[in-house]
Design a protein around this ligand. Structure first.
Ligand code: EPU
Length: 417
């Protein structure tokens, strides 16, 4: 297990290249199962979760080769339709193979993901949607066992705009007979990226990025060459790092149109953004101002940026109220930030953060992916030595984080525990 040793208190300055989006790459890799042949997906970040998805596909009988940010997948010999517990428990996004498997092969057995650190995270809406399309779904010994002939298009209303639920159903509907309407669908850029990849495979999809998606099923999809969008959460995280370190960072290769809500909040607390030829320059204030925020489905403020925003608010001038409305347990970073001196009280889904002038270095424990990013941001602002343990959480979703930090002047070092 690795840990990160950070000597904070430096103004970070320089350029950061943003990697491809993990949460777009995962469903698009899963979508390769909808066709037979070779798919080449580029701008795929080199991350633990991507390799887990690769192992899962290999387990199904597909070829998976990753090199130079490219995933080459051969789905000609898929002959196993099961996602085993051992893989699913390490990555919930494994559930994304359910829709493609049932749609193309008429059968799938996928371990039911359990709860995770940030919440219970049920998948009932994925299953209800597939049942409405005609799949026969049973839960057997911790597995979702799905069978069915060709799925049929139908209208599906999602009680909540679930991201992976929308993705699973959109993939399944692409090969169903007839038209599917997904209502109250997730509008995240990753959903749109998947829709664009599916369209390149021959799918007929309209309305991705809006709350009603219309999918006219086709008989067959073809393999695809596709390049993944940049990771908006990684870009937002580096903006937050500029904000907390009084930094001056140029964020390169990102899609600013995916970052509206995050940038609006960051401007409100005092960050300055300037368009430059190779990206966006982000300048952090000498001390951030307090601002309230509530996480919402896209285009609202992302839950995946809540922990990083809280790190900034912990040193803000004033008190901020942070409401988490997506996941019921996404405040695990609070106890760690408190160990650095932060003044934060949590009641239910609301955190009240009274800004203090300076955070103090301390040994810290990462609990989940975005919490790790929050703790690293806080550590970069605190004078002295902070150690962030359990770095494997970070490695699931941030590509080369420490190299990127060193390039902008941070004193960080990865060591084996
Ligand atoms: N929900 C249900 N029933 C369902 C599905 C979801 O009640 O069948 C609820 C969840 O419990 C939650 C809400 O709906 O309260 C939203 O969850 P959603 O399904 O949208 O989350 P997800 O698809 O499991 C994806 C990202 C998360 C990101 C969320 C929210 C991937 C692989 N994961 O998760 O990313 O936080 O959307 O935007 O796309 C991360 O990258 O750190 C991460 C956790």
């Amino acid at each position: 297990m690795d840990k990160l040793i950070i000597h904070g208190g430096k103004r970070l300055k320089g350029g950061v290249d943003i990697s491809g989006a993990k949460n777009a790459a995962l469903p698009i890799i899963a979508a390769s199962l909808l066709a037979s042949g070779y798919c080449t997906i580029s701008n795929v970040p080199n991350l633990k979760d991507i390799m887990t998805m690769g192992r899962l596909l290999a387990n199904l009988g597909a070829g998976f080769h990753y090199e130079d940010r490219k995933a080459i997948i051969n789905t000609e010999k898929v002959k196993i339709f099961e996602a085993p517990y051992d893989l699913v428990r390490t990555m919930r996004a494994s559930i994304l193979v359910l829709g493609p498997l049932i749609a193309r092969f008429g059968r799938a057995k996928v371990s039911l993901p359990g709860g995770c650190a940030i919440g219970a995270r049920p998948i009932n809406l994925h299953l209800i949607g597939l049942e409405k399309m005609g799949a026969d779904i049973k839960l057997e010994s911790g597995y979702v066992v799905a069978k069915g002939k060709r799925l049929k298009g139908t209208s599906i209303y999602l009680d909540v705009p679930t991201v992976t639920g929308t993705e699973n159903l959109m993939m399944a509907a692409s090969l169903a007979k007839g038209r599917t309407l997904l209502e109250n669908a997730a509008r995240e850029p990753e959903v749109v990226d998947l829709a664009n990849a599916l369209i390149s495979m021959g799918a007929r999809i309209k309305g991705a990025g809006e709350s009603v998606i219309e999918i006219e099923g086709v008989d067959e999809l073809k393999p695809v060459n596709y390049s993944i969008i940049p990771d908006r959460i990684e870009a937002g995280t580096f903006m937050a790092i500029a904000g907390i370190t009084e930094g001056d960072i140029i964020i390169k290769r990102c899609r600013l149109d995916h970052l509206d809500a995050s940038m609006m909040k960051l401007k409100e607390v005092g960050l300055v953004f300037e368009h430059v030829s190779d990206g966006i320059r982000v300048i952090g204030p000498s001390r951030p101002k307090a601002a309230d925020v509530k996480t919402m489905p896209y285009p609202g403020f992302p839950t995946d940026m809540q922990a990083q925003f809280m790190a900034i608010m912990s040193i803000a001038d004033g008190t901020s109220i942070i409401k988490e409305t997506i996941f019921e347990n996404r405040f695990m970073h609070v106890a760690e930030l408190r160990r650095m001196g932060a003044d934060i009280i949590v009641e239910g889904g609301t955190a009240t953060v009274k800004g203090i002038s300076k955070l103090k270095a301390a040994p810290l424990m990462a609990t989940d992916l975005r919490a790790s990013a929050s703790l690293i941001a806080a550590a970069l602002a605190a004078k002295g030595e902070t150690t962030v343990h359990r770095l494997y959480h970070l490695d699931r979703g941030y590509e080369n984080m420490e190299e990127k930090l060193v390039k902008i002047g941070a004193d960080v070092k990865r060591v084996k525990e």
